[in-house]
Write a protein that binds this ligand. Structure first.
Ligand SMILES: [Zn+2]
Length: 58
């Protein structure tokens, strides 16, 4: 099972996406990307759970 997330699905005008085997790995990539490109997004626990709800499993 692959877990995938993309900024597009979050409604962002951004072509970034990532896919990993585990949610932990994926969230660490998301955190890096948000800190680098989306400084306006605060990584509060609420936002993190919103981000997790956008993860797709394939
Ligand atoms: Zn992005």
């Amino acid at each position: 099972m692959t877990k995938t997330i993309s900024c597009k699905n979050a409604g962002k005008d951004c072509a970034w996406s990532a896919s990993t085997e585990t949610e932990e790995e994926l969230m660490s990539l998301v955190t890096e990307h948000v800190l680098a490109e989306h400084k306006e997004i605060e990584l509060t626990s609420e936002n993190i759970s919103n981000i997790k709800s956008l993860i797709k499993e394939e």
